[in-house]
Design a binder for this molecule. Structure first.
Ligand code: E4P
Length: 216
């Protein structure tokens, strides 16, 4: 399973990259605003800076919601770097744009996916990635992990190559359960990824080894 980090914070991206487990980055307008990025030049320069840290795909979201606007913006984003994946919302014109980008060899990430039907449409349009938001579903007392399982079943039934990019991850258990279900990728803030390192028996065991090493 691949690990993407869901942030535009360059320090956090560097930390995940240094750990050696980072396969890509996802962003969205809220995430970009959080780090104080503004203006087209500033936004594009920040995407470029992210691409220079990580080796894998970097999702950059379009702000347009009409077909022509999404196409224009998506092409501009794709020109920033070959690592850029154009992130497109799950709307009528978004699906049309994903179909177009797919025909031109431009990578896409279909975002804001909350149902198996939406994921099926994204795959049929040729999306590179589909992003089901599991944490936001959990917030509405709906099992987000069940959506991952349903999408996995549908994609496997027909051999769709669209990658399931489990998004809106809130905990290390989300990551583990996504891995068990067969999500291709998780995109997570840094903290749940680092939480995977933790176990009290590891800490106790290491303390004992270090103590005993003094007898050597
Ligand atoms: C996905 O690509 C989104 O950027 C993200 O995972 C949303 O997560 P949130 O629900 O924590 O905002």
């Amino acid at each position: 399973m691949k690990f993407f980090i869901d942030t535009a914070d360059l320090e956090q991206i560097k930390k995940a990259q240094d750990l050696g487990v980072l396969d890509g980055v996802t962003t969205n307008p809220s995430i970009m605003a959080k780090v104080g990025i503004s203006g087209k030049n500033g936004i594009y320069a920040h995407y470029k800076a992210i691409c220079e840290i990580v080796n894998g795909d970097v999702s950059a979201e379009v702000l347009s919601t009409d077909y022509e606007g999404i196409i224009k913006e998506g092409k501009e984003l794709a020109e920033i770097d070959k690592q850029i994946t154009v992130k497109v919302p799950m709307i009528y014109d978004g699906i049309r744009a994903i179909k177009y980008f797919s025909s031109k060899g431009i990578k896409t990430n279909c975002t804001l996916v909350f149902s198996p039907g939406q994921a099926l449409l994204a795959a049929k349009a040729g999306a590179t990635y589909v992003s089901p938001f599991i944490g936001r579903l959990d917030d509405t007392s709906t099992d987000g992990l069940n959506l991952i399982a349903e999408i996995r079943e549908i994609y496997d039934n027909y051999g769709y190559t669209t990658k399931i990019l489990a998004a809106s991850i809130r905990s290390s258990m989300h990551i583990i359960n996504c891995a068990k279900i067969g999500a291709d990728i998780i995109t997570s803030p840094l903290a749940p990824i680092l939480d995977l390192l933790k176990h009290p028996l590891t800490d106790i065991g290491l303390a004992k080894f270090l103590e005993d090493s003094k007898k050597l």
